[in-house]
Design a binder for this molecule. Sequence first.
Ligand code: PLP
Length: 426
Amino acid sequence: MIFTSTYQSSLRATFKEVVLSTMPYSGGLYIPVEIPRIESHFSKSLRDRPYSELASEVLKIFLGDSLELPLLSDLCRNAYPFSPVLQQLEENTWVLELFHGPTLAFKDFGVRFMAQLLSHYQNSMKPLTILTATSGDTGGAVASAFHTLPGIEVFILFPKGKISLLQERQMTSLGDNIHAFPVEGNFDLCQKIVKEAFADKDIRSQRTLSSANSINLARLIPQICYYAYAISKLPDYSSIFSVPSGNFGNLTAGLMAKRMGFPVEQFVAATNQNDIVPRFLESREYLVKPFIETLSTAMDIADPSNFVRIQALYGNNFDNMKLDILGKSVNDESTKKAMRELKKLSYIADPHTAVAYEALKSAVPEKKDVNKIFLATAHPIKFQESVEEVLGEKLSVPGEVKKLLSGVPSTRVSLKGFQDLKEILV
Ligand SMILES: *Cc1c(COP(=O)(O)O)cnc(C)c1O
């Protein structure tokens, strides 16, 4: 597969270049020049395959000769010792659970593939240092995905006292090649320190740096596979997927699956009150407002980084985009209502998942011959406090999580600024 950029259509890059550089130097984001199409019987042929095999089959078609099949199979086997779970809740309505990975959120799907791939590519380079700032969930996924991979060291910066205990333990409990540091300040300071490190000559002379950034296509492309997984198991009708969205990587992957030829009728772009995309689909105006804090914190994003990719996929044709994507914003009150409704169906959903459910119900009219699926992006225990408060009941805590929470706290010193990090890195 060959890649170009959203900014400069004459640019050409290989998959390896795309993964190692994350962003083109000339600006914009990488996108495929052309998306390969599947044969019509392909989705059904995947039906009984274990997830890791299904993923390597789908990625083989998408990436073409960028990665050989035996290598791709190895990467997927290592990345995916777990699988999505598709559950039927009502007639025509399913939930696609994407939180059965080690950190209980869907980011495991992208980050774990990327970690395996970087570990494969890094053999030919200087030892690789992953340096990343996190406001919570990404750090845990990165820590778990890169833990014990040879030749890679990971440094994660998080704002001290501003993340949940579970999130903190997911980063700090691993040890080995994973170094997680609290920072005396907020997430912005964490990001600023990381930026300074990337610009620092002394650090760069000694280490090859990568950020495991969410706009890297190595994180986005493998997310195509769980759409294929759901479709392979659903009845033969066309499907509508509701995707709880923040930076819109998840939805971009879904749109690519549709472009490959997987039978998807439409997508619901489900957001919380940070509703720039639903507003755009309504008015054609892309107007950035300051972000609003909501219950679904991982989707509190004012200006989604992947939206230019979606526009590029449609050649900037608004009308065609609007045929495929229904925009729907859900406020906190409706999110809570949806969580209570789901509980009546004996389903405990976290707030992000509830946004997707509510958006699906209100944006898609009752229709018979269509499968309606909403994506569950986090296990409810990841948002224990808000779920317990909304539902008025205690959640049962999975054994793994209990163990993590009762472990010995890390005693790492906190960083005050860039110099503290530099002393550690050089
Ligand atoms: C990151 C995240 C999202 C948003 O996904 P995008 O790909 O950024 O749109 C939704 N739900 C949860 C739980 C997340 O962690």
